[in-house]
Design a protein around this ligand. Structure first.
Ligand SMILES: [Zn+2]
Length: 437
């Protein structure tokens, strides 16, 4: 096995031409340097947009195909939130996305794809992919797999794999912050083109699963509270709390491309007078630097959050508190998503404002792991309230320790209401943006 290029980024704007040249074409160059190849496995997200191409993973597959030709088996793994294009389905021989959200099956997904590529390399199969989608921008309740229609979709997809010639099924729900024509849920089915009738069977499976995705499109498992509602419920929960109430700032999730500096929930928590709470991570390198300049134990007044664009989740808060802890932001995850992986928030500080400990960091990252708080001396299990910026991934590590989970919409960039996004390139008409759908 020959590894090539590995790179990862927290979602933001389109990938620049320079980054595409270095990392994207770097993969194609690595393939060219390693010829002849028996097979290729690309571990992709699937919702990449570059300055050069709305379908950046399709462009990557085209660049790799230009090197290895059409006959070498190429498999891709994807995030469950991939926007899968027709070109990706045409150029990949095998498509394997994650089947969990929170995503905790990355390793199994890679192994599944490698097995299928191995079968093709050995000449036992000749895989190809068909894809189906509907005019819908979202579906299957964002793909959450702790509850809701995605579980039924995955169960039907697994059953379909017993049908003749069906090798694997791929249910992706899309990434709604991408303004591209083909954004939204899709079902891709990998079949063995050597089996008679397998292509037609695969098309039928893909269409049936997309029918289910369409029928259940309006399912919404979360109740989105206002920040003040969430904070007042937290205040009521404080008395006699033995386990924390976890509040997710859904809309300000850096993992979905939000800035991570929305202040509305923190403001509401301070207004409510919470006495034993933590809040994180507030992405504000300027404030983190100010805490480091002041030093541990200092009392400071600092402007926190709301600096990128105050229209999304509130403007800066002027906070006076004690610098309780300073760190370099480095931690090693111990949760179900990223166990053993080292990550870094960059320069980080904990500002204690009355009863609320605010984790202020430099690098944008959603909260998925207990170590993000623990490394800075905050034990989430000792808090009555844990407020965090994440949509759904936090549940892997935080649901088990929570008394209950609340989800709130602070008005930040990743609003649960997809109609709030100013799409220009998305195909129309499409549900739920257009009334007839
Ligand atoms: Zn995802």
């Amino acid at each position: 096995m020959l590894p090539s290029v590995a790179a990862i980024a927290t979602p933001a704007g389109p990938v620049t031409a320079e980054a595409w040249e270095r990392f994207g074409l770097g993969i194609a160059r690595a393939a060219a340097a390693a010829l002849p190849l028996d097979g290729v496995l690309l571990a992709l997200h699937g919702a990449m947009v570059s300055a050069l191409d709305d379908d950046a993973e399709g462009a990557l597959l085209a660049a790799v195909r230009a090197v290895v030709g059409r006959d070498v088996p190429v498999g891709i793994t994807l995030d469950l939130h991939a926007n899968v294009s027709d070109r990706m389905a045409e150029l990949a021989d095998v498509i394997c996305p994650y089947r969990t959200y929170p995503h905790i099956d990355m390793a199994e997904t890679g192994a599944r794809c490698a097995r299928l590529i191995g079968d093709a390399m050995a000449g036992r199969t000749r895989p190809r992919v068909v894809i189906a989608r509907r005019d819908q921008a979202e579906g299957l309740d964002q793909g959450r797999t702790d509850a809701g229609p995605m579980l039924e979709a995955l169960s039907r997809a697994a059953a379909a794999e017993a049908r003749p010639g069906i090798l694997t099924t791929s249910v992706c729900v899309g990434f709604s912050s991408a303004d591209i024509a083909f954004m939204g849920p899709s079902v891709a089915v990998t079949y063995d083109s050597r089996t008679d009738g397998a292509e037609a069977t695969a098309r039928g499976v893909a269409e049936e699963l997309m029918d289910f995705c369409w029928e259940t499109r309006a399912h919404e498992g979360n109740e989105y509270l206002t920040p003040d509602d969430a904070a007042s419920r937290a205040k009521a929960h404080e008395n006699g709390a033995t386990k924390p109430l976890v509040i997710a700032d859904y809309a300000d999730n850096p993992g979905g491309g939000a800035y991570g500096d929305a202040t509305e929930l923190l403001r509401a928590m301070l207004d409510a007078g919470l006495e034993n709470a933590c809040f994180g991570a507030m992405v504000d390198g300027e404030a983190a630097a100010a805490l480091h300049a002041a030093g541990e134990g200092a009392t400071v007044t600092v402007s926190v959050g709301g600096k990128v664009d105050r229209r999304f989740g509130g403007g800066p808060l002027s906070l006076t508190g004690v610098v309780e802890r300073l760190t370099d932001g480095r931690f090693v995850c111990d949760g179900p998503m990223w166990r053993g992986i080292a990550k870094s928030f960059g320069p980080t500080g904990v500002l204690r404002v009355a009863g609320v400990r605010v984790l202020i960091v430099t690098n944008a990252m959603q909260i998925t792991d207990r170590q993000q708080f623990l490394h800075a001396g905050i034990d989430p299990t000792a808090m009555a309230t844990v407020a965090l910026k994440s949509m759904q991934h936090f549940r892997a590590a935080y649901q088990p320790l929570a008394d209950a989970v609340l989800v709130c919409d602070t008005g930040a960039l990743c609003s649960p209401d997809v109609r709030a996004r100013p799409f220009k390139k998305l195909r129309r008409p499409i549900w739920p943006l257009d009334p007839l759908h």
